[in-house]
Design a binder for this molecule. Structure first.
Ligand SMILES: [Mg+2]
Length: 366
């Protein structure tokens, strides 16, 4: 008689721990709407009853949101204790539970913190990387480095530094007083990095749709890989107007809350390329749904911040495009994402690749 193999009892969630840190930036990041000099982060650890611990990072942008977000993660964590370590299942039950309040803003951030930590724990408990757990394999994902709103000289210098590090592209924040200033910055970066690297620009929502069309017409001949968020992130018809009028690809996505926002953008033809943010789109569960929406339409998908987990997710994304590399949180991560010859290396990573440098966390505790 053939005895079928026994299915082992499901691993359950034991406890959740939440910590808040404020990580200073080595080089404050200038934007058209002010300087970012630190990262307030909520760090979540979810321990399963097999002793495995999953980790995640969420970024609250401002100190004002740090404590409330940490408390939300803690409070939502209490709802999942003793449940099976089944992230997709938990994501659905929490979405239901928060339907009346809504799952955007801080609630969405807290849910993403839990979702990412659960997927990390699940991959670790199987002894594999997130991409393996999702049924994918490691791939080469090209990386670009970000350049702040640093003027002509500063932008060229920052772009050159990324090129020297081997990045395959650079992306600058623009939206200077005139389009001539924008062009000057782009040309200075191009001459600093040479013809081979991709050059992208980001208006961080600073133009009206009409201004965007007028400006971007003047940027058509400078070989930009994309123009990001020329107008308000949730003005899909405004972005559609710009995308229709301009040949350079439009890139949006970092401010979409959940895949329904992405669906609205797709319906409106708002963006040629898309770059969800793993936190705002809803963690690993949300990202995989975004990848599924992009695939049948052939929409190239890039990431926003979160280099470690994003590299894993891009490897499992059929239309993977670029990884936005940022080293902002490297000090608190035990093994920051490795980039070789401009490509993210996820080979041999366990889970999402996020684990802690405890010494740095103690130093930056909020
Ligand atoms: Mg951006």
């Amino acid at each position: 008689m053939i005895v079928p193999p026994k299915v082992s009892a499901p691993v359950k969630i034991r406890t959740l721990r939440v910590r808040a840190v404020i990580v200073p930036m080595q080089h404050p990041h200038q934007t058209a709407s002010g300087s970012v000099s630190e990262s307030p982060l909520v760090l979540t650890d979810i321990e399963a009853d097999d002793g495995i611990i999953g980790h995640s990072i969420v970024f609250t942008y401002t100190r004002a949101a740090l404590k409330p977000t940490a408390e939300l993660v803690q409070n939502i964590g209490a709802l999942i204790e003793a449940q099976p370590l089944a992230p997709a299942e938990i994501e659905q039950s929490l979405a239901k539970r928060f339907r009346l309040l809504g799952t955007q803003g801080l609630v969405g951030m807290a849910l993403a913190a839990i979702d990412m930590a659960l997927w990390d724990a699940l991959a670790r408990s199987h002894g594999v990387s997130l991409v393996s757990l999702l049924g994918g394999t490691e791939k080469l994902i090209p990386c670009y480095g970000g350049v702040g709103y640093d003027g002509v000289k500063g932008s060229a210098q920052a772009a050159e530094a990324w090129a020297k590090q081997g990045m395959l592209g650079v992306k600058a924040k623009i939206g200077y007083p005139t389009v001539r200033d924008d062009l000057e910055v782009i040309r200075a970066m191009r001459s600093a990095v040479g013809e081979e690297l991709a050059v992208m620009v980001d208006y961080n929502q600073s133009l009206t749709p009409v201004e965007a069309v007028q400006r971007l017409r003047k940027l058509e001949d400078v070989g930009l890989t994309w123009v990001e968020e020329p107008t308000l992130a949730h003005d899909y018809t405004g972005h559609a107007l710009v995308a229709r009028e301009i040949a350079t690809p439009i890139q949006c996505g970092e401010n979409w809350w959940g895949v329904l926002d992405m669906q609205h953008a797709i319906d409106a033809h708002a963006s040629d390329f898309m770059m969800p943010d793993v936190m705002k789109i809803g963690g690993v569960s949300g990202w995989m749904r975004a990848a599924a929406l992009a695939q049948p339409r052939g929409i190239p998908l890039s990431s926003h911040l979160w280099p470690e987990i994003s590299a894993q997710l891009l490897c499992a994304t059929p239309t993977a495009h670029w990884l936005e590399y940022a080293d902002w949180w490297n000090t608190i991560v035990a093994e920051p994402l490795c980039v070789e010859a401009g490509n993210a290396v996820v080979d041999g990573t366990l889970g999402t690749g996020v684990s802690w440098n405890e010494e740095a966390i103690a130093r930056f505790a909020a």
